[in-house]
Design a protein around this ligand. Structure first.
Ligand code: FES
Length: 250
């Protein structure tokens, strides 16, 4: 297991209810968009976290309050120390043109890719339950290539209502881009069906999957799906490689 590196929290930003972005010193190096790290808190434990921004001096970790470690992290303040190790997993594929599809919290790892490859992003389809649940609201205002949709309108929200698949079905696009989908498995399934109707081939579609993880290095077997380990062989999988497993993944 990689050695834990001590790092300082430099900034904390609220994104949505129970979702914060923590900027910490980049003590790892070599992280690529799509990869994840483990964040550890003394006496509590550690959790895998995807990286939402990668810079020479700092990385950003967008975190949903879900378990013991993230609850402990939410009590930390700017200047406090946490520990990180990694990076782990594979990264998003390189492509000349990307179409990105995200649901809710799934936008977190894609932000790191958008920041590095903005010129190559043709479209971002992003859906969430409500506008309040959307993350990176400041960035979304600047990303001209984004199309947004919410399941439910709240006061003052002028976005269309529906699912992210509705945006894809209405969109005019040639099926030549590489697509990356980040969201829950059910969303990945319906989005890939909508894309296939538009003529996109499985070999051009990638999904980032989530599984319970402990070691991050392919040793403990916790993140096994079919013949793969999400921590080592993923988290990014090409659709044709995960579609036909006996265990229903998507
Ligand atoms: S987390 Fe241990 S094998 Fe993947």
């Amino acid at each position: 297991m990689d050695k834990l590196k001590r790092t300082k929290i430099l900034k904390i930003k609220e994104e949505a209810p129970d979702i914060l972005t923590f900027r910490v010193q980049n003590k790892l190096g070599g992280i690529k968009p799509g990869q994840f790290i483990f964040l550890s808190i003394n006496t509590v434990g550690e959790a895998p976290i995807s990286v939402s921004s990668i810079n020479e001096d700092y990385i950003e970790l967008t975190v949903k309050k879900l378990g013991l470690v993230t609850t402990a992290l939410f009590q930390k303040k700017v200047g406090d120390i946490v520990y990180i190790r990694g990076p782990y997993g594979n990264c998003f594929p390189t492509a000349k043109q990307y179409v990105l599809v995200a649901g809710g919290f799934g936008l977190a790892p894609l932000k790191a890719l958008i920041e590095k490859k903005q010129k190559n992003v043709k479209k971002l389809f992003y859906g969430a339950k409500t506008f309040e649940d959307m993350i990176f609201k400041d960035e979304l205002k600047k990303w001209q290539f984004s199309e947004l949709i919410v399941e439910r309108k709240t006061k003052g929200c002028h976005l269309p209502t529906g699912l992210v698949t509705d945006l894809i079905e209405k969109a005019k696009m040639r099926p030549i881009s590489t697509v990356i989908i980040c969201g829950p498995p059910i969303m990945v399934r319906f989005v890939s069906q909508s894309l296939e109707k538009k003529g996109f081939k499985d070999k051009k579609i990638y999904a980032s999957l989530e599984k319970t993880m402990y070691c991050g290095t392919g040793l403990c077997g916790h993140c096994n799906i079919g013949s793969y380990y999400v921590c080592k062989d993923g988290p990014v999988f090409r659709l044709d490689n995960i579609k036909n497993f006996e265990e229903k993944i998507i």
